[in-house]
Design a protein around this ligand. Structure first.
Ligand code: NAP
Length: 269
């Protein structure tokens, strides 16, 4: 645990002790690592998941290590269900301090071969899902007197790679919403930032390689790893660490900013 000395006193940096956090899509990958990291730093974590079994497994992992967590079944695309879940969690915990909008799905395709149904599905989960949770989360944070939000976007929100038409569009929208919420709720003491992960090795990546490149999965995995200047995929814990920092008091002067966790993909080509 990093420590710093101020006036001769050791202070624990990046502590989330006493903070109440909601993390979406926390049954797998980046969301799971973020839930574990938040609990380790002292937060009470509520995991919102469409896959409740997976979320319960994460909760078990946290509790075994002495952390505080619970899971709630929730489809982030369902506006009314999301508002109900946020109201219930807000009432149960007496407020909300941190929200990580992480739930998302992948899609491969260009403008010609992305059909309308797939475009709507990606926008529904990746963009409207964030809208729904921001609405629930900001409402609770206004009541709580402030908070910190982290939206998980992607490098492709601001750069082009082939065959990510719908996915990139959804993540560009997530960045735009991040700036809007940061601006609109300055006076509510709500900070809102985004993370732009590069390729992170999670079931999300394995799933889309298996689905889209079943013939040459190993070759594609190597190619996707080599694409990043640091020569590998990131680990979910490396994204989780950025989310912890952005929700900690050490990040109190940071709002409306995107942070790349991408092995140099955006700026070191
Ligand atoms: P992951 O391993 O697939 O985890 C995503 C989780 O979200 C899954 O548990 C999934 O449940 C859940 N989920 C999906 N739809 C949902 C819905 N409608 N409501 C609630 N939960 C839902 O993905 P990941 O790689 O950790 O990615 C997490 C986020 O990072 C996503 O927003 C993704 O776009 C972003 N990201 C990932 C990468 C990467 O390389 N991994 C790069 C850039 C950005 P099911 O498993 O049941 O679908």
């Amino acid at each position: 645990m990093p420590t710093t000395i101020i006036s001769g006193t050791f202070l624990r940096m990046f502590s989330l002790k006493g903070k109440r956090a909601i993390i979406t899509g926390a049954g797998s990958g980046i969301g799971q690592s973020t839930a574990i990291a938040f609990a380790k730093q002292g937060a009470t974590v509520s995991l919102l998941e469409i896959n409740i079994e997976a979320a319960n497994e994460t909760v078990e992992k946290i509790r075994i290590n002495g952390g505080q967590a619970e899971a709630a079944e929730c489809d982030v695309t369902d506006h009314d269900q999301v508002q109900e879940v946020f109201d219930k969690l807000g009432a149960d915990h007496g407020g909300l301090d941190c929200l990580i909008n992480n739930a998302g799905i992948a899609h491969v395709g260009n403008i010609l071969n992305t059909d309308e149904k797939d475009f709507d599905r990606v926008m529904n989960v990746n963009l409207k899902g964030v809208f729904n949770c921001l609405k629930g989360g900001v409402r609770q944070m206004v009541k709580s007197g402030g908070g910190a939000i982290v939206n998980i976007a992607s490098t492709v929100a601001t750069m082009a790679i082939n065959d990510r038409l719908a996915y990139s569009t959804s993540k560009g929208g997530v960045l735009a919403m991040t700036y809007s919420v940061a601006k609109d709720h300055l006076h509510n003491k709500i900070r809102c930032n985004a993370i732009q992960p590069g390729r992170i090795h999670t079931p999300f990546v394995d799933g889309f390689i298996a689905e889209n490149y079943p013939e040459n999965q190993e070759e594609i995995f190597r190619k996707l790893s080599d694409y990043q200047p640091l020569g590998r995929m990131g680990k979910p814990e490396e994204v989780a660490a950025m989310a912890v920092f952005l929700c900690s008091d050490e990040a109190s002067f940071i709002t409306g900013s995107p942070f790349a966790v991408d092995g140099g993909t955006l700026y070191v080509r």
